[in-house]
Unconditional design. Structure first.
Length: 196
């Protein structure tokens, strides 16, 4: 499956193209993971081209298995697409009502509404693609010390639901934000004991 999504431009930032990760994204991945903020929030930073290639290969496998869908978030430039982030839809299981959305934004792209627009685009695609197989809720989880993720969640339609207790490998309590499919709005969120 090959999927390409788009997010509209803002007054100050260009539109976004969301696509599957490619082998020619390896250098951009390593560069993005040099950012100290991203490295602090990522369990497995990609520090070498070999690690980045394995990560890209793993994303292909996730798409092929139909349970994990990772999108490269790109801005168009005269020289081609520039990777500015990643949005991941994971834990998609037919018959299961919830899945999880995760994301990261490259350091130079922060503050330009990249993450909210990209998370919203993937969320809308997820409900369109998987609602018929039971998907009704998407969760966005983050640690308590990450207020920027609270803002991204709210801006992309994921209101705060609850605080989750710390649980290894996450040393701090976390927040759970939930976005409901429009046909299931008002359903109580499924209990969750783990945050990422």
């Amino acid at each position: 499956m090959s999927v390409t999504l788009r997010a509209a431009p803002t007054v100050t930032a260009p539109g976004l193209l969301l696509r599957c990760w490619r082998d020619d994204d390896v250098d951009a991945l390593v560069e993005a993971h040099r950012d100290p903020e991203l490295r602090a929030r990522t369990r497995n930073p990609l520090t070498t081209p070999a690690q980045a290639r394995r990560w890209v290969d793993g994303n292909r496998q996730g798409w092929a298995a139909g349970r994990r869908f990772s999108f490269a978030v790109c801005e168009p430039t005269p020289d081609g697409d520039r990777v500015v982030g990643c949005v991941l839809l994971k834990d998609v299981v037919p018959g299961r009502a919830d899945a999880e959305v995760g994301y990261w934004t490259a350091g130079p792209a922060r503050g330009r509404q990249v993450a909210p627009r990209a998370v919203d685009a993937v969320s809308r695609w997820a409900f369109t693609r998987f609602a018929a197989t039971g998907l009704a809720r998407l969760e966005l989880l983050h640690q308590l010390d990450n207020p920027a993720s609270c803002r991204v969640a709210e801006k992309s339609g994921f209101p705060f639901v609850e605080v989750l207790p710390a649980r290894p490998p996450f040393p701090l309590d976390g927040h759970r934000h939930v976005r409901h499919h429009r046909r299931t709005r008002g359903m109580p969120p499924a209990p969750r004991a783990l945050h990422r």
